[in-house]
Structures are given as C-alpha cells and as structure tokens.
Design a protein around this ligand. Structure first.
Ligand code: X2X
Length: 336
C-alpha cells in the first residue's frame, strides 16, 4: 500500500490542479444550479425535488449540483418568475396560474370547473394541451419539463361561513394567487378577490386583511392554514399544477448527456409527486377535520351557472384563443 505524506499529496495537487483530485477531496461541480419554490419543505413537491437533486448528482457523477431554496426564501412567486427569466435562478416551479402572468395561455388548465377528475387532467396535461402550453413557454425562453407536478383541485376556506352556493361568494374578501384568471373568476362570482403572494397568506388571514383563501388541501395542511380558518368548502373550482421550468440559457448550456439525466430525474420525480398528492388526498381531510376545520361539499351547478351567466367562459375562450380552447374541450367536453 502506498503511503502518501501530506507533502506529497500537496505537491501532486499543485503540479496538476485541474486533472487530479486526491480521493475524498471534493471536486467543484461543473454546473452549480439554483432551484427556488414557494412551498414548505414538508410538501411532497420538496420531498420529491430533493430526491431528483440527489439522483442528478449521483448520475452525473457530481457534474451537476442543484441547491433547493424552498418556502419563498428567494422571494415570492413574482420575484422568482423574474429571476428564472433573468438567470438569477436556474429552476422554478410556479403554478400554472402564476406562469400565466407571463404566458397567458398557461392558465388554460385553471378554467373554472373544467376538469371532472385526474384522468382528464393527466390525459390533457401529458397530451396536446400540455404540449401547447410548453411551446408557449419556450417562446419566452423558459424550458418546461414534460411532466407537470400536481398542486391539486383548489378548495375554498373561510373564517366567516361555509360556501354552500355561489350566492355565498357575494362580497367575500378572498385571497387568490397573482393570477388574472383567478381574479376574473372570483369577480364573476361577485366576490372581492385580492392577489397576494403565497408567503403572505397566513398572516393576511390571521390579521383579517382577507377572510378567505383557496388552495388544494395538501397546501392548507402544510401551511397550517387551518389555524387561521374555520370552514373548508370543497368547491373543486380549479385544477392547478406546477410547471417545473428552467431558464432557457441554463438549459441550452447543458450538454446532451446531462440534459437526459436532469430531465429523466425531474420527470420521474414529478410522477411520484403526483402519486403522493393522490394518496394525501385520501387522508388530508380527516386530518384537517380533526384539527378543527369544518367541511362541506357544495354542488357545482350554481357556480357554473354564475360563471356562464356573467360571460366568464365566453370571455376566456376569446382570450385563450380557439386552438387552446379546442384542446381543452377535447379533454373535458363542451364548456360554454
Ligand atoms: O399561492 C398559492 O396559492 C399556491 C401555493 O397554490 C400557488 O403556488 C398558486
């Protein structure tokens, strides 16, 4: 066994600083990348993203190292969207609602009461509708990975009263994401929506800046919104997902072998994350109920009628355009 003195090691390192790293001495990664998101570490999105990051490091033999900045550490959604465009961060997982502030057609999956169930959702988003949205993002120099990650069907919570019919939305001060479609939809239901970053939701409910908010149950659970809300009405009004996006230049810079490794790990993790949410959906209501949130399940009819009568569907069909709307209706049937 060769015994190297410290001096010999230092000499050999000095002689060939680039080619040689002594065993056990960490070599700097070729690509050191940043990924920001808006969710607490306990959400399945962060758990599966960490697995993807670990797999990418192992499969690339340390050439690609990704650091996750969860929980709005790098700012709210609007900030992170600007950063992933400029290259300040390399990856971001915005909700489709938020992407739409830059790429309007991205909100197509969030049209009120469009999807009946997850079979319809994944057929559309893994199929032509999802491809249409990814193409639109590519034009804005954002690379979107093929598999969308799940946020869930959005439900309505309030500190005031349960929402039984569309009538109960009247004048409701409700927080929505920074999303033109969400604002339009809640206005069409005669509510008073306000856009706030997700990082501000808990406090704004606690201090009664708003009385209500809407999010999928797993988010309500990990963000502990049950502590500042009394009622949860299963309105299922929007299906929402996260696009895993990369800065276009970051993506183009990666050699093909690394692109394959990164995309493989992220898309696989996305499929597992969908499954996590599916399983969570079976248990999360009981957990939130035990913590004191009172549940009810309104029928969708009065909401759909209010949206139709206010011209919401006709208006948004016009905004999204016939092609995107046609792809949506291919998946969910006639809407308006
Ligand atoms: O901000 C929200 O409500 C959230 C977490 O669902 C989104 O990312 C849109």
């Amino acid at each position: 066994m060769a015994v190297l003195s410290r001096r010999t090691v230092l000499q050999s390192l000095a002689a060939a600083p680039f080619a040689l790293a002594a065993p056990g001495v960490a070599r700097a990664a070729e690509f050191t990348l940043k990924y920001g998101n808006n969710l607490p570490l306990t959400h399945p999105l962060n758990i599966r993203a960490q697995e993807a990051v670990d797999r990418i490091k192992a499969e690339s033999k340390g050439r690609v190292e990704i650091t996750i900045f969860p929980d709005n550490q790098l700012g709210g959604d609007t900030d992170m969207l600007a950063q992933v465009r400029s290259g300040g961060i390399d990856f971001f997982t915005p909700s489709a609602l938020v992407v739409a502030t830059l790429v309007p057609v991205a909100a197509i999956n969030a049209v009120g009461f469009a999807f009946a169930d997850y079979d319809q959702v994944w057929a559309a988003m893994d199929g032509k509708l999802g491809a249409h949205v990814r193409d639109a993002m590519a034009k804005m120099h954002l690379h979107a990975f093929e598999r969308m990650w799940d946020n869930g069907f959005r439900q309505t919570t309030s500190s005031k009263q349960p929402i039984e019919t569309a009538h109960d939305m009247n004048g409701l001060k409700i927080r929505v994401p920074v999303s033109p479609l969400s604002i339009a939809m809640f206005k069409a239901l005669s509510a008073s929506p306000v856009s706030l970053q997700f990082s501000e939701v808990y406090t704004s409910l606690q201090t009664k800046i708003v009385d209500a908010q809407e999010n999928p149950l797993p988010i309500i659970q990990v963000a502990k919104l049950n502590e500042v809300q009394k009622y949860c009405s299963l309105t299922n009004h929007i299906w929402d997902g996260f696009w895993f996006i990369a800065n276009g230049r970051t993506w183009e810079r990666l050699p093909d072998d690394l692109k394959t490794i990164v995309a493989g790990a992220i898309n696989d993790a996305g499929l597992k994350q969908r499954d996590d949410i599916r399983k969570l959906n079976e248990t999360v209501q009981a957990d939130l109920q035990a913590k004191g949130l009172a549940f009810n399940k309104p029928a969708a009819d009065s909401f759909r009628a209010a949206l139709r009568d206010s011209g919401f569907y006709a208006d948004w069909k016009g905004r999204f355009g016939d092609e995107a709307w046609g792809l949506l209706e291919q998946s969910v049937g006639k809407l308006a």
